[in-house]
Design a protein around this ligand. Structure first.
Ligand code: GLY
Length: 373
């Protein structure tokens, strides 16, 4: 089943190369991807899809197009179109760093290190955290961390490994620790975001941006936590991160509906109209597969996670993917970007497509994506 699903994804990505031209897919409207000029947080996922398709098929068309996106990311760095948010890890891990990992191309490595330097500009020394959104002096945003940022930390861990300079890793560790302490709650659920006093660094409280309420558990946030802490464990071998990833994973699994694909928020009321977020399940699947790489064969959690991830992925392939829709642009139906903001509810999300293919590649090829080498 995984092979068929990967081949369908490769075919659709090949078709999208001409459709998208020089532009980058983001979220869909009426079954068509909205495209942008490489100026959003999601643009690395298109590069990541192209690199994954190249790794699977070895077809030059994917490498050629992926390299064009790398050029565009070089330009983006030059023009400073990456400064006012923390999503630099998403953007550059899957584009320039992927090229470095596949080809050992020195200029791709240098670009990726420059991107890591940009991410460090989001650091608040006083509060010891990376600011998620907005200008550094923004009155509201400069005190905010968000759980999604955990997926940006592999860029920093990697940069320290590459250069031998601990400054990137120190920031990543401090951010992972802040996130564990303030974003993860006692029952292993999570806040989407958390505010600190930007002058004193004192904690203020949790809040949501895309979830149902400030105290609810936004499904995709929980998924970012599972995968993000598993990746922090990969780089640091600090058992607290593996433990946190496992606990968050159990919360996620225990709150799944019967078909193993999450609704958009674990606390949103459920009826027949409640939107799913298939992208959250694809991210969580990658997280579970990463966690399992670090558990012993005889660990009962390992078989529990493995059984569950297979159920999740089978449901995604059979009930949510576009495998039966030959001309579809997206790979995964029924993602939700921002339900209460009325933005892309029940649509394609390019990150959902990316993590879906990454999970399939993990299952079929033992290929872990581009977060570490
Ligand atoms: N990182 C933004 C989102 O998950 O919607």
């Amino acid at each position: 089943m995984w092979k068929l699903a990967i081949e369908d994804a490769v075919e659709k990505t090949r078709n999208n190369i001409d459709r998208f031209g020089e532009l980058f897919p983001h979220i869909s409207m009426n079954g068509r991807y909205q495209l942008n000029e490489n100026n959003d947080w999601t643009d690395g996922f298109w590069s990541g899809l192209l690199w994954l398709c190249y790794e699977y098929s070895n077809e030059p068309i994917f490498k050629g197009k992926a390299l064009k996106t790398v050029k565009s990311f070089e330009n983006r760095l030059k023009k400073h179109i990456v400064l006012d948010h923390h999503d630099i890890g998403f953007l550059y891990s899957l584009s320039t760093k992927a090229q470095w990992m596949i080809e050992k191309n020195e200029s791709a490595r240098a670009l990726t290190l420059r991107a890591a330097d940009k991410l460090l500009l989001r650091w608040h020394e006083k509060g010891q955290y990376l600011q998620a959104w907005g200008a550094k002096n923004d009155e509201k945003e400069s005190g905010r961390i968000i759980i999604d940022c955990l997926l940006n930390l592999p860029l920093l861990y990697w940069a320290s490994k590459q250069t031998g300079d601990p400054k990137y890793r120190d920031v990543a560790l401090a951010q992972a620790e802040k996130s564990r302490r303030y974003l993860v709650r006692g029952d292993d659920s999570s806040y989407h975001t958390f505010f600190f006093n930007q002058e004193t660094g004192e904690p203020i409280g949790g809040a949501t941006h895309q979830g149902y309420t400030n105290g609810s558990t936004w499904t995709r946030g929980q998924a970012w936590g599972i995968y993000g802490f598993a990746l922090s464990y990969h780089y640091t071998k600090n058992s607290a991160y593996l433990e946190t990833a496992k606990r968050m994973a159990k919360y996620f699994i225990e709150h799944l509906p019967e078909d193993y694909v999450s609704y958009w928020d674990f606390n949103a009321p459920v009826d027949e109209t409640t939107p799913r977020d298939s992208s959250a399940t694809a991210i969580a699947a990658c997280g579970l597969l990463e966690i399992n790489k670090h558990l012993n064969e005889d660990d009962s959690d390992r078989s529990y996670f493995e059984d569950t991830v297979i159920k999740m992925m089978k449901s995604l392939v059979v009930n949510y993917s576009t495998i039966k829709e030959k001309d579809a642009e997206g790979l995964l139906n029924h993602g939700s970007y921002h339900v209460l903001g009325n933005l892309a509810i029940d649509d394609y999300m390019v990150w959902g497509d990316y993590y879906y293919l990454e999970a399939l590649m993990r299952l079929e090829k033992n290929h872990e994506g581009f977060w570490y080498e």
